[in-house]
Design a protein around this ligand. Structure first.
Ligand code: NI
Length: 221
C-alpha cells in the first residue's frame, strides 16, 4: 500500500512538472522542425535563386537538349521521341522522402484540373539517382504513381548529360545513420514545360500550387 501511495504521490508530482516538460519538448520539436525544413529547402533548392542567378533569359531559352535514356519498359528513348506533344519534365528520385513525390503529385493535380487539355502533355520523371532507380524500380514506381508518367533512368553518364541540358543540380549527401544505401540526393526541384518542338517554354517552382500551374498551362495550350 505504501508503495502504491508513494507511486501516486510521485505521479502527482510529475503531473505538476508535466507542462514545463511539454513546453520544453515542444520547443525542441519546433526547433527540429525548423531545422528540418531548412535542410529540405537547401537540399532541394526550392528557390530558383541559385540557378536563376546564373540563368539569363537567353540561357532559359536554351534549356533542354539532346538526351538518351531508358524508360520504365527498358526501351531506349531520346528527346526526339517526345516531339509532337508538350513535355512536363521533372528531375528527381524514387527514394526522395518529400519534395519529389509532392512535386509530381502537384503536377498531376494540375493535369487533373486541366481536364481534356492534359492529353496534350506528357509527364516525365528523370531520375538523378540512377544507381538505385533501376528500370525495374522505375516500372514499379510509375505503375503505382500514375501510368501516364514516363520514368527515365540510364547510366550515370547519360543522366549527367540530361541533367546538364536542363541545368539541373544534384549531389549525393550521406545521411547521418551512415548506411550505404541511406544517402539522399540534393537536387533542384523545378518542373519544366517543353514545347512539342522540344524548346523550353517555362518552368514551375516547387511551391507553385496545382491551381496556379493549371492556369498557366491553360493559357499556353
Ligand atoms: Ni527530391
Amino acid at each position: 500500500m505504501a508503495k502504491v501511495n508513494g507511486g501516486k504521490a510521485r505521479s502527482n508530482g510529475r503531473q505538476w512538472r508535466t507542462p514545463k516538460v511539454s513546453r520544453g519538448l515542444a520547443t525542441v520539436a519546433a526547433l527540429l522542425l525548423i531545422g528540418l525544413v531548412g535542410v529540405l529547402a537547401v537540399g532541394h533548392f526550392l528557390s530558383p535563386a541559385p540557378q536563376q542567378a546564373s540563368l539569363g533569359q537567353a540561357t532559359l531559352g536554351s534549356l533542354g537538349g539532346p538526351f538518351t535514356l531508358t524508360d520504365q519498359t527498358g526501351r531506349t528513348v531520346t528527346d526526339a521521341d517526345f516531339r509532337g506533344r508538350y513535355m512536363l519534365i521533372y528531375f528527381g528520385y524514387i527514394y526522395c522522402p518529400d519534395v519529389c513525390p509532392l512535386s509530381l503529385q502537384r503536377n498531376f493535380e494540375a493535369l487533373q484540373i486541366l481536364g481534356a487539355k492534359a492529353e496534350m502533355i506528357q509527364p516525365v520523371l528523370v531520375t538523378i539517382d540512377p544507381e538505385r532507380d533501376t528500370v525495374e524500380k522505375m516500372r514499379d514506381y510509375v505503375a503505382a504513381f500514375d501510368p501516364r508518367l514516363i520514368g527515365l533512368t540510364g547510366t550515370p553518364e547519360q543522366v549527367k548529360a540530361a541533367a546538364a541540358a536542363f541545368r539541373v543540380y544534384y549531389a549525393k549527401v550521406q545521411s547521418e545513420n551512415g548506411a550505404a544505401e541511406g544517402y539522399l540526393v540534393d537536387h533542384s526541384a523545378f518542373t519544366y514545360l517543353m514545347a512539342p518542338d522540344g524548346t523550353f517554354v517555362q518552368f514551375f517552382r516547387h511551391d507553385t500550387t496545382p491551381e496556379a500551374m493549371a492556369e498557366r498551362l491553360n493559357k499556353i495550350l
